[in-house]
Write a protein that binds this ligand. Structure first.
Ligand code: FMN
Length: 252
């Protein structure tokens, strides 16, 4: 396998959930923004924005939505926003209509742009010795989140990212072996859960710092458990919230 500085950092990735009481320097912040800015972008439409949440009250409100104490605590909190508002203004002010801005297709492209920017920033941050944790929990109450951020139509807060100086050293979390996730030309349908026995054992020996240093359940048990079991929660509001922003409506 090839080893260089970039790959070394990527292979060493682990989510950090405890940060030192220190914020990013102007130089670090600008670097992360520049990296995001240079990310590939579908059809050159540049459909994302980044909100840096420095207001204490907003950080607190976001922390409450996520239910995770490290959100908006030490370090810097960013919300990566799917953003079609800017392009709408361009079209509007140039005398045109919204065109395809409300379609699922354009929403999907904006989502792709946004996620690529997040990962680019993650790679850069980790290469700078910083730690990160992506925050899907910003979607735990989509309607409340839209209110806290006071976002205009055609925008949606897709993912949060807490960045800072690590104050913990978690173990590397074992991933599925490549044979289960990489295929050539054809997708094999003959997967058997029993093939994951060895991987399950590896996962069970991993200690998750998030869970008071306890060992975590096997991978198959996690997938077979509450993460994917049917249950009602506010995350189910996500489609309604996205539609309320005029996004992914599937018509022109
Ligand atoms: C899209 C996405 C959303 C995530 N949301 C959260 C989150 O809200 N809170 C959290 O503590 N970790 C979150 N994580 C981190 C994952 O739990 C973590 O990446 C996974 O358990 C693997 O661990 P590792 O990143 O340390 O290897 C998220 C990761 C991704 C990719």
């Amino acid at each position: 396998m090839i080893e260089n500085e970039t790959i070394k950092h990527q292979l060493n990735h682990r989510a950090i959930r405890a940060f030192k009481d220190q914020t990013l320097s102007e130089e670090q912040l600008t670097t992360l923004y520049e990296v995001a800015r240079h990310t590939a972008t579908s059809m050159f439409m540049q459909q994302f924005s980044i909100l840096h949440i420095t207001n204490e009250e907003k950080r607190k409100q976001i922390r409450e939505i996520t239910g995770q104490k490290y959100v908006g605590a030490n370090g810097d909190l960013f919300i990566f926003v799917i953003d079609l508002y800017r392009n709408k203004q361009i079209r509007k002010q140039m005398g045109n209509d919204d065109g395809r801005l409300h379609t699922m297709d354009i929403f999907f492209q904006a989502f792709q742009d946004t996620m690529l920017a997040v990962q680019n920033v993650i790679n850069a941050a980790e290469s700078m010795g910083l730690g990160i944790v992506p925050l899907g929990t910003v979607n735990d109450d989509p309607k409340a989140m839209l209110k806290v951020l006071d976002l205009p139509e055609l925008t949606y807060p897709a993912l949060g990212l807490q960045v800072g100086v690590p104050d913990q050293e978690p173990q590397l979390k074992p991933r599925l072996p490549l044979e289960f996730t990489t295929f050539e030309n054809e997708y094999p349908r003959d997967f058997e859960v029993s093939e994951l026995k060895d991987y399950d054992e590896i996962v069970q020996t991993y200690y998750d710092l998030r869970d008071a240093n306890r060992r975590i359940d096997s991978f198959t048990n996690q997938i077979n458990g509450k993460k994917l079991n049917t249950h009602q929660n506010k995350r189910d509001d996500i489609v309604e919230a996205i539609h309320s922003q005029g996004l992914a409506l599937d018509f022109n």
